[in-house]
Design a protein around this ligand. Structure first.
Ligand SMILES: [Fe+2]
Length: 227
């Protein structure tokens, strides 16, 4: 018998028409620094079939001291004025909220930058678990905010307590995978978590979490087995 298997046919990742997580709004966090680069990224995304992008700048009072939702709304309305008429992509503004101490106390705050359907994007540090993770999910759900946990596969400290994702799912938390995670660059812990959540069908969203054009090029270079 011929000992070698035929190599699987690889194809580019297919991107969802709606990107719910990116740092393209320029000059407000560790994402894009200039409006020109942001517009370039949006043009490339449009050319790849993306029709809608939700800007989700970091809201982390420990890192971006003094940044408010009002600041982000102002930055967004200024940026939108600079968008070319023919950009071919719909944009809106939400935010990515770090689950800092006492964040759950903001669950009812009308200032929170949610998606248009009331969902809200939350994240943790890559190095340690937010002690108030479950409390935050609980309070947001109680307020009808529909939490989405950004890139759970990047929280490597969760690899030995995968059943915690069961509980979060049961509580009404949804999960968003980063496209780049599928390239394996975040290591075996990330793959293990990603496969666990994927095997349960619990990824409701895939997103770029885009911080730069370079990252976009890396996403577009990913090849996966043909489906
Ligand atoms: Fe992000």
């Amino acid at each position: 018998m011929w000992p070698f298997r035929k190599k699987p046919h690889l194809e580019p990742l297919s991107l969802d028409e709606r990107d719910i997580h990116c740092h393209i709004l320029p000059g407000v966090d560790d994402g894009f620094a200039s409006a020109g680069a942001s517009i370039d990224a949006l043009r490339i995304m449009a050319s790849k079939g993306i029709k809608e992008v939700v800007f989700t700048p970091h809201m982390n009072p420990d890192l971006y001291v003094g940044m408010t939702e009002a600041d982000l709304r102002t930055a967004y309305s200024e940026f939108v004025k600079r968008l070319p008429q023919d950009i071919g992509i719909r944009t809106s503004l939400a935010a990515e909220y770090m689950i800092v101490k006492d964040f759950e106390q903001r669950a009812a705050d009308p200032e929170l930058l949610t998606y248009e359907d009331g969902s809200i994007l939350i994240e943790m540090s890559y190095y340690y678990r937010s002690p108030n993770l479950e409390q935050t999910v609980f309070q947001l759900v109680m307020e009808g905010k529909k939490p989405i946990l950004a890139h759970p596969e990047r929280y490597s400290f969760m690899e030995d307590c995968l059943e915690d994702f069961d509980r979060l799912h049961e509580m009404g938390c949804r999960f968003q995978m980063n496209y780049l995670s599928q390239s394996g660059i975040y290591g075996p812990s990330s793959i293990k978590i990603m496969e666990y959540i994927r095997s349960h069908g619990w990824y409701s969203f895939h997103a770029t979490d885009l911080h730069s054009i370079h990252q976009l090029e890396k996403i577009l270079a990913i090849r996966v087995p043909a489906s």
